[in-house]
Design a protein around this ligand. Structure first.
Ligand SMILES: [Zn+2]
Length: 487
């Protein structure tokens, strides 16, 4: 919090990001390099994210539980590609109670193994299926290059783990969670994500199919919003998760896992933020509206504060997350800037003249300056504010979608492709070959983000299927993929 001007996004996007995280008081650095302290304002935002998701998970039949932080090391080694993928990132506990442990323990990097172990005990017959459990926790992955929210050594998330009787049911579950996450992203986070399938090179260690939601940040780079994995029978076989089917035959289960983390806070910052700071979607903002009383004399103060308190109650009673900024010794201008930095969607300004006229000024965070200000009568203020908040929610989504569309190019050739990934997404025909994927990565630093499930990207007239030529090798291709540089 200070009067110093932010670095602009155009000057240095990465520096702008760091400043916003610190100055909006979302998070702070920790004594252990790579760890993150989530401050109360950042945690309030995360709580709103978790509430919106948890409601959706429960509505689709999932329940919450808690599994241990410590996992026997041999668990991780049971699934071949899982251990290969996670070994370099493991934090290992070798001592406990002052003694060297007989078998080292790992701090969970994710919980497929320990949950698989429990599922093997809990599942006996087809009547026990499907088993649909989620947990909210934190995990540790020993990352070397870290950024607050985007990549931290320890991060907060949810991980869903399900077991099913058939391959089709597991696939339906993995796809259902893609829909659940998409609904959250579009309608709560106002982020126009692209749901799609990962390549073999980019999929989760141990998964048959990985789905992800990809979003474009304000600098044109991609960020993986969350993932949903169809694990096939890989973990079921490694952990002997089996059930007796209706004919009394012992079968391996089919499992899935899916997760969304505090990275999403980073996405919100980079999708919606501007040169004044954070811009939060009303559905997730810790405070949707802040009241700033304006006065000079004590007499004015008495009248303004009394009126402001009445509005505070009325707005709160009507379900709006509202905050009164009654800090002493700070000018209204300072307070305006401060709440702009923190991305509060609506500011209510109330001065002596407004009190006399029984009106207020509402200022929209997404439209700075005079353009975003309206005089609103105090009568019916809660309805007016609620309507404006919904308008802002939609406006943020539309703005992000317009930006993504403007910066997504369907390149005609490799030359155009190389240009496209410098500033945004290339949506290109791809043969599916890992050779082309690798070559592209080496030559352009762009990775295959996903093969969109909707090949029209939800924008153009539906053009499912079809065929083209791979942007890299010119061989026949049947699908188009999003390539981009990524966080
Ligand atoms: Zn190719």
């Amino acid at each position: 919090m200070s009067d110093l001007k932010l670095t602009t996004r155009a000057e240095d996007f990465s520096e702008w990001y760091n400043q916003v995280v610190l100055r909006a008081e979302l998070a702070d650095y920790a004594p252990v390099r790579g760890c993150m302290i989530v401050r109360p304002y950042g945690w309030a935002l995360w709580e709103n994210i978790t509430a919106a998701l948890d409601k959706r998970f429960k509505a689709t039949g999932h329940v919450n539980a808690a599994f241990p932080l410590l996992i026997p090391r041999n668990f991780i080694e049971k699934e071949k590609s899982h251990v290969a993928g996670f070994s370099p990132e493991l934090a290992v506990v070798t001592h406990g109670g002052g003694e060297e442990l007989e078998e080292p323990l790992v701090i969970r990097p994710t919980s497929e193994t320990i949950i698989g172990h429990s599922y093997a005990k809990w599942i006996q017959s087809y009547r026990d299926l499907p088993l649909l459990i989620n947990q909210w926790n934190s995990v540790v992955r020993w990352e070397l290059r870290t950024r607050l929210f985007l990549r931290t050594l320890e991060f907060f998330w949810q991980e869903g783990h399900t077991a099913h009787a058939t391959a089709a049911e597991a696939e339906a579950e993995a796809r259902q969670m893609v829909d659940v996450y998409s609904d959250f992203a579009w309608n709560e986070a106002a982020v126009p994500v692209i749901p799609g399938r990962k390549s073999d090179a980019e999929k989760f260690a141990g998964a048959e199919i990985t789905y992800s939601l990809e979003a474009m940040m304000g600098d044109g780079k991609a960020l993986q919003f969350c993932t949903s994995h169809n694990l096939g029978q890989n973990f079921a076989k490694a952990f002997e998760i089996r059930y007796l089917d209706q004919n009394g035959i012992l079968q391996h289960c089919w499992t899935t896992s899916w997760g969304l983390s505090t990275r999403v806070v980073g996405a919100l910052i980079m999708v919606h933020g501007d040169d004044q700071g954070l811009v939060l979607p009303p559905h997730l903002a810790p405070y949707q509206l802040v009241i700033v009383p304006i006065f000079k004399t004590d007499e004015e103060k008495a009248a303004v504060v009394q009126n402001a308190q009445r509005l505070l109650r009325e707005l709160g009673d009507n379900g709006i997350r509202v905050k009164m900024d009654d800090r002493e010794g700070m000018s209204p201008g300072f307070k305006f800037n401060d709440w702009e930095m923190r991305g509060v969607p609506l500011r209510l300004e109330l001065g002596p003249k407004d009190v006399a006229k029984a009106s207020v000024v509402l200022a929209r965070r997404d439209r700075p300056g005079k353009e975003g200000k309206t005089f609103v009568p105090q009568q019916g203020i809660a309805t007016a504010a609620a309507n404006l908040l919904e308008e802002i929610q939609k406006a943020l989504y539309n703005r992000a979608l317009a930006f993504r569309t403007a910066n997504t190019i369907e390149p005609a050739d490799y030359g155009e492709f190389k240009k496209a990934v410098e500033t945004g997404f290339a949506f290109s025909w791809w043969c599916g070959g890992s050779g082309c994927e690798e070559k592209i990565k080496e030559e352009t630093k762009a990775t295959m983000r996903c093969i969109p499930l909707d090949q029209s990207l939800g924008v153009k007239p539906l053009a499912q299927g079809g065929a083209g030529k791979c942007v890299c090798c010119r061989q026949a291709a049947t699908e188009r993929a999003i390539f981009a540089r990524a966080y």
